[in-house]
Ligand binder design. Structure first.
Ligand code: CP3
Length: 350
């Protein structure tokens, strides 16, 4: 591995400069991404064509000195493989043609075999590893059971995912049945990505923060812990660092750190020093600038990077990132300013 800063930071080992990667680093803010997606015909075709998924994974790595690549795919490939039918249309966002609404719908679900129904993802992982040729590590990922269940029940994005919450309140046993099968699907999927060559794994619990504390523990945290534990009993995945990102769930950082994961992703509503004091040295931390900072001037971006580095302090175990994905309206040059600032300012202070 030419550059192992990211993996060292996840193990809380000293580094020469703080590693940085960006959620959604391969995406619509890059003209080369838009060109490849146009060639693919649709977002779903892009995900399902390993050569094209590999191409867009590598685009941000070619442009910026990022310290990790993330598999280009989507969390909704798993519900798609469970038969729900994914489409992502311009301006509409992701949609599942056959949402699950009844106990019978949920009883009919099976755990997909990653090397058949999700073979295109595993092929992409193998191809990306080959093309990266040790330049930077590759991150594999999946959605959390709660976040996937939100989309599976609703069939599309929603501000409140009230239909999913209503199922949790009205029929908790059925909700648990759904979360359990999705959790088992996610474990197999992540273990298969590790076997195919992913060098770190991340679980996106994007909608965990929509849940009140009791509901979060019962319907989100429990399954994140189940995933962390199950991966520990997989021969390959047990040695691969796991990053948990429960957006908006800052009230639960200690409990998330106790799941056995290697690192926690943080959104921008908590400072890195507060988070570090709360979780101690149990886990590394990944984050956490407000993605809107990329609309500010280069000087302001550098200043905000400096403040985040100072907030984390001179400790091992920081992976720099935004607190959520980069948005399509960002000028790519601003991301270059951020990445350079992370390396320059952290190297100067270490
Ligand atoms: O980070 C990366 O570069 C890897 C690629 C990645 C995508 N989606 C590509 C994508 C990852 C890690 C995801 C995860 C994902 N997908 C999450 C969790 C992370 C988060 O952002 O909270 C969620 C909730 C989804 C579901 C989903 N898929 C959404 C909300 C959208 C965006 C809809 C829109 O139009 O804004 C998608 C589609 C999607 N996934 C795009 C990309 C680059 C944009 C689609 C396009 O190119 O038209």
């Amino acid at each position: 591995m030419d550059n192992d800063r990211f993996l060292r930071a996840l193990r809380r080992e000293p580094v020469d400069a703080t590693p940085v990667w960006i959620m959604r680093q391969a995406g619509r803010y890059l003209p080369e991404y838009r060109a490849t997606r146009a060639r693919a015909g649709s977002f779903v075709n892009l995900c399902k064509t390993p050569e094209l998924a590999c191409e867009v994974t590598l685009q941000p790595i070619a442009r910026f000195p990022l310290d990790a690549a993330i598999l280009f795919s989507d969390i909704l490939t798993v519900p798609d493989a469970m038969g729900l039918g994914l489409s992502v249309d311009e301006g509409v966002g992701p949609r599942l043609a056959k949402p699950v609404r009844t106990r019978a719908d949920i009883d009919a679900l099976g755990v997909p075999d990653p090397e058949t129904e999700l073979r295109y993802v595993m092929d992409a992982v193998r191809l990306i590893r080959r093309e990266l040729n040790g330049k930077v590590p590759l991150i594999g990922f999946a959605g959390s059971p709660w976040t996937l269940a939100c989309y599976m029940i609703e069939g599309e994005g929603s501000a409140s995912f009230a239909r999913a919450k209503a199922l949790a309140w009205d029929d908790p046993a059925t909700m648990h049945k759904l979360l359990d099968i999705v959790a088992r699907a996610v474990v197999r999927y992540l273990a298969a990505q590790a076997a195919a060559g992913a060098q770190a794994l991340m679980v996106f619990d994007t909608w965990g923060g929509l849940l009140a504390p009791g509901l979060f523990r019962e319907f989100s945290l429990r399954y994140l812990a189940q995933i962390a534990q199950s991966l520990q009993s997989d021969n390959v995945a047990k040695s691969i660092p796991l990053i948990l990102f429960s957006k908006g769930a800052n009230g639960h950082l200690e409990a998330l750190a106790d799941t056995g994961c290697a690192a926690l992703g943080l959104d921008w509503t908590i400072s890195l020093d507060d988070a570090r004091v709360r979780v101690g040295t149990r886990v590394a931390l990944q984050g956490n600038l407000d993605p809107a900072v990329l609309h500010a001037s280069p000087d302001a971006i550098r200043a905000e990077v400096g403040k985040a580095l100072a907030s984390f302090g001179p400790h091992p175990g920081h992976v720099f990132n935004l607190g959520h994905g980069i948005t399509p309206d960002v000028d790519p040059e601003r991301l270059g300013v951020l990445v350079d600032a992370v390396h320059e300012l952290s190297a100067a202070s270490s």
